[in-house]
Design a binder for this molecule. Structure first.
Ligand SMILES: [Zn+2]
Ligand SMILES: [Zn+2]
Length: 128
């Protein structure tokens, strides 16, 4: 496999790196109307293998993709399904725990669930 990112791959990467966003493959396809769906999926796979992006399985129907950034955990709102980054580095702890048992930790993912601030406000309004 070559290490060069294709033109379409760069477009996919640009969508994800622009903002701190988490998008499903379908959402990325919708944002890149002139790149075919199969090409977007292929680019996502390639970029993930290259470590440029991360694929997140947050217990939802589709996986989310994000630009590979410093360690953080994810907070998923159970009402609006918004995925929010929370700065938090638990990599060291996980590595140490892994090393203790002879494992090699390559990926660490922490997901918290609950209600986002906007949804709490919305719920309060509905209860009135
Ligand atoms: Zn919410
Ligand atoms: Zn994230």
């Amino acid at each position: 496999m070559n290490g060069k990112i294709s033109r379409q791959g760069r477009q996919v990467l640009a969508v994800l790196s622009e903002q701190r966003i988490h998008l499903t493959a379908e959402e990325i396809v919708r944002r890149l109307p002139d790149v075919g769906q199969a090409t977007v999926y292929r680019s996502l796979e390639q970029l993930e293998r290259m470590g440029q992006i991360r694929k997140l399985n947050l217990g939802q129907r589709s996986a989310y993709y994000e630009y590979a950034r410093e360690n953080h955990m994810h907070f998923v709102c159970e009402r609006c399904r918004q995925v929010i980054d929370v700065a938090c580095d638990v990599t060291g702890v996980a590595r140490e725990a892994g090393a203790l048992f002879g494992h090699r930790v390559d990926r660490v993912g922490v997901t918290a669930g609950g209600l986002c601030a906007a949804c709490i406000a919305q719920e309060k309004k509905e209860q009135q």
